[in-house]
Design a protein around this ligand. Sequence first.
Ligand SMILES: Cc1ncc(COP(=O)(O)O)c(C=O)c1O
Length: 396
Amino acid sequence: MAIPKAILELEFNHGAIYGEEEAAALMEVLSCSAPSTGPKVKEFEEAFADYCATRYGLAVTSATTGLQLAMIAAGVGPGDEVITTPISWISTANAAAALGAKVVFADVDPQTLNLDPASVARKVTGRTRVILPVHLYGQCCDMDALNEIAQHGNITVIEDCAHAAGGEYKGRKAGSLGDIGVFSFHQQKNIATLGEGGLVTTSRKELYEKMLSFRSLCCRTYDPKGKYLPIDETLLPMGKRYWYLDFDDIGFNYRMTDAQAAVGLAQLRKLDAFNERRIEIASIYSRELSGVRGLSVPYISPDTKHVFHVYCVLVQPEFGMSKEDFMWELCMEKRIKVWSHYMPIHLTTAYRNLGNGPGDCPVAERLFEQYVSLPIHPRMTDEAIGYLIESVRGLV
Ligand SMILES: Cc1ncc(COP(=O)(O)O)c(C=O)c1O
C-alpha cells in the first residue's frame, strides 16, 4: 500500500524550506566567486541585527561556536561559574566547560520549562561570571528577573536564542534582551543557512570587537606606521600598501561564508511568515489536544511571543501510558517522528563525570519523564496536522 503523503511529512526530519529566492541569491554569490565573510555576510549581519534591534551582528559557523565566542567575550575561564539550564542541547553547557569554567545547573519553571529565576538566584556565588538562559522551544525566559539578578552580581547575560529567532519578550526581540544573543541556523531551526550557521547579536561595542577578533584567529593586519586594524579590513583590495599579520591571542576560524549569508538574507525575509505558520499549527494542536486527559499542552506566558521551534506536550501519569510507550506508539505504529528535547545535560555521561547527577535539578528530572516533542514545521499540511491529532487521540 502506498504511504499517504501526510504520513511521509511526519516521518521527515524538519528540514529547511528553500525556494527560488535562495536559489537566485546563491547564483549571485557564485558569480562573485563565493567568498568567505564578504559583502553578503556584512549585509546579513546588519539585517539580522536590525531585525533584533541590536547594534551589532556577527555571523558565525553555528550557535555552538557563537556561544564559545560569547563566553570568551564575557571573560569566562578556569575558576569561573556559569549558571544555565539542564534542559537544552549540550552545546549550551559545553561553551563554558570547554573554557575550564564550572557549569552550574539551576532548575526550571514547571510551566514553561525555562530557567527558574528563583533557582538561579540561589546558585549565584562570587565566582558567577555568566547567566546563560535558553529560550527553550522558542519561548523567551523571564528576562526581567534574570537581568536583575545579573545586575546585582556584575554578571554577563548571554541568551541562547538557538530556538527563538523572531521570538519576543515584552515586545522586544530575543537576542536584544541580555548582553549577547546567540542564534542557530542549523537545518532544523526556524531559518537555516545551508545546513549549519549561526549569528551573535550584541549592542556592546567591546563585546562585539572581542568576538570579531576571536572569530578570525585574533588576527590583525599590521600597518608599518603602527596602526592595527581588525582582520575584516584585509578584505580591502590588495595593492594599496603591503600589510603583514599579527595575532593578539589564541583565536579560531568561525567565519561564515557569503553563500550561507546570501541564503540567510532570503530566509530572514521569510522568518515572520514561517513563524506565523508555526504559531498557527501550535494553536491547532493545543485546541485539539488540550481536552485529552493526562496530556498537557504548552503554557504560553502572556509576556512572550512563542515561535514554536518545538511543540512539546507533557505525558502525565493520568494519560495511562508512559512517555516511552507514547513515543513508541506514535513512532513505530503511526510513523510520526516524535522526539524528546532533551535529556537533561547534568545527567549525560560527560556532565556526570564532572560531578553532576540525579537530584541536582528535581523539577527538570521529573519533567524529563513526561516531555515529548511533536513534529512542527511550516511545510506541514492540514492533512498531516489532522493525522497527527487523530493519532494522539487514538492512544487514549
Ligand atoms: C538550545 C540550543 N543551543 C545551541 C545549539 C547549537 O546550535 P548549532 O547546531 O547551530 O551549533 C542548539 C542546537 O540544536 C540548541 O538547540
